[in-house]
Design a protein around this ligand. Structure first.
Ligand SMILES: O=C(O)[C@H](O)[C@@H](O)[C@H](O)[C@H](O)COP(=O)(O)O
Length: 246
């Protein structure tokens, strides 16, 4: 487990650009060291803004081979594939279809119309997909991106919800306070297996959650963002408003 590092940019735009540069660098390094790179994407405003910037940055970085990047998701909304609420849809429009990530490298969490009756079945299927990619264990994830909610949720793990103690790598989540209410999410076992966890946070509404998460006084159950740590690095990438109570 790694101690958190904090990096602050002036505003949301410069944060998205800085994260995009850093992510492209990291994926290039991972490909040089391991042949392929693995990244977990997040939904949410700043997460999607980062993906748009990654598309722009990567246009000038031909050494990043998108044919050797495995793309996973930290969470997904249990809605049909064409629904605008799908994190996959936003990521495809912002980045994946722009840079042309091959279909067999894009590992989307199943949509509600993908053939699974319940989100629990989709969660089990996604866990099986992860294990297959990792040869029985979880695959190597170089960078796992997370947004943070004002009450401290990450992915679709909300404070005091059953997901905070669920040891399965992927869980179904019901009755989420943030709509839509039904989701599929990585659990902490999968999140903390990543080499690096990057928490992307923008805006004053998140400042208290950021300060509490970094205070050392919270647990994953009370403030899930406090439990989101990477093996090698945990980076809090903030704009000035989100860092306002540090
Ligand atoms: O799909 C989702 O809803 C998320 O993955 C969620 O965890 C999100 O990242 C945060 O709620 C932050 O979202 P914002 O940046 O839009 O506030």
């Amino acid at each position: 487990m790694s101690a958190p590092e904090v990096h602050v940019e002036a505003d949301a735009g410069s944060l998205a650009r800085a994260v995009a540069q850093r992510l492209v660098d990291q994926l290039v390094t991972a490909q040089a060291e391991h042949g392929a790179a693995g990244v977990v994407l997040t939904g949410g405003g700043i997460g999607t803004a980062v993906l748009r910037e990654v598309a722009a940055v990567s246009a000038g970085r031909p050494e990043l081979d998108w044919g050797r990047v495995d793309v996973w998701w930290g969470d997904e909304r249990w809605v049909p594939a064409v629904d605008d609420d799908r994190n996959e849809k936003g990521a495809r429009e912002a980045l994946l279809d722009v840079v042309g990530v091959p279909a067999d490298r894009v590992h989307a969490i199943p949509a509600s119309d993908a053939g699974y009756d319940e989100p629990e079945d989709a969660a089990d299927a996604y866990a099986a997909q992860l294990r297959a990619a990792g040869g029985g264990a979880l695959p190597r994830i170089d960078v796992l991106l997370l947004g943070v909610g004002g009450e401290g949720h990450v992915a679709s793990i909300f404070p005091h919800s059953p997901a905070v103690t669920d040891e399965r790598p992927v869980v179904a989540v019901r009755d989420c306070p943030k709509p839509p209410p039904t989701r599929v999410s990585l659990g902490f076992g999968a999140i903390t297996s990543a080499e690096e966890v990057w928490l992307l946070v923008s805006g004053e509404a998140k400042a208290e959650a950021v300060a509490r998460a970094l205070s050392g006084g919270e647990t994953a159950a009370t403030l899930p963002a406090a439990g989101a740590v990477g093996r090698r690095a945990t980076r809090w990438l903030l704009d000035a408003d989100a860092a306002g109570q540090l």
